[in-house]
Design a protein around this ligand. Structure first.
Ligand SMILES: [Fe+2]
Length: 211
């Protein structure tokens, strides 16, 4: 029996450059991912109930499992995304913070990290820009995620998650104006949340990955 997920509530009204209308629509989409994740888990549980996956159940079982990766990551990534936004957020992250130190160690500077992250956000296609931290070395790396499930790095911690599906901005910007949305996203980042997700590189140095 799988646990049933409940959609979380996020109080983000009044963001800069991302309208309440967009957020309302986006929350509904997110709730859809939570619902579908629960429905898929339930259907998979029903197949497993007799302790086996019969040969004739295999096509349906396979399709449910494939869809689970999409819906599950859709649910989780939206929680990270909404969770790293806040009203009156933005600005630059604090110098000396674990996150900024990690950008310096991993990219040379925060500005180069940002160039890479924004560059990913501008890539054509449907997906996400995600800054991950390797829990073993403390190093950051930025990744393009296609859809919700393709490109996530197993075991890494998402520290900053940006939705660049068009639904994230289409009510506020034209499709070609994605850079304006990215600018708006940066002006609303909850750097406190990012900092909480980031582990200080200093704590990690003893566990640096052998090369
Ligand atoms: Fe989204």
């Amino acid at each position: 029996m799988n646990a049933t997920y409940q959609a979380k509530k996020f109080n983000l009204s009044g963001l800069n450059g991302i309208s309440d209308q967009t957020l309302e629509m986006h929350f509904k989409l997110y709730e859809g991912y939570v619902k579908e994740t629960n429905v898929l888990q339930e259907k998979i549980s029903a197949i497993l109930k007799d302790g086996k996956v019969d040969q004739e159940e295999m096509p349906a079982y396979s399709e449910l499992k494939r869809r689970l990766g999409f819906e599950y990551n859709g649910m989780v990534l939206h929680e990270y995304y909404f969770g790293n936004l806040k009203k009156a957020g933005g600005g630059d992250p604090k110098r000396g913070s674990a996150f900024v130190k990690a950008t310096e160690e991993s990219f040379g500077s925060y500005d180069i990290w940002k160039t890479d992250f924004v560059g990913i956000g501008k890539m054509r296609g449907v997906g996400w820009a995600i800054c991950y931290q390797d829990p073993t070395t403390g190093r950051l790396s930025n990744h393009w995620i296609t859809l919700h499930e393709i490109g996530n790095v197993a075991g890494y911690t998402p520290v900053l998650v940006m939705d660049v599906w068009e639904h994230a901005f289409i009510l506020d910007y034209k499709p070609a104006e994605r850079p304006k949305y990215i600018e708006a996203f940066f002006s609303n980042i909850d750097w406190g949340a990012v900092e909480q997700r980031t582990q200080a590189p200093a704590q990690k140095s003893q566990r640096a990955r052998a090369v």
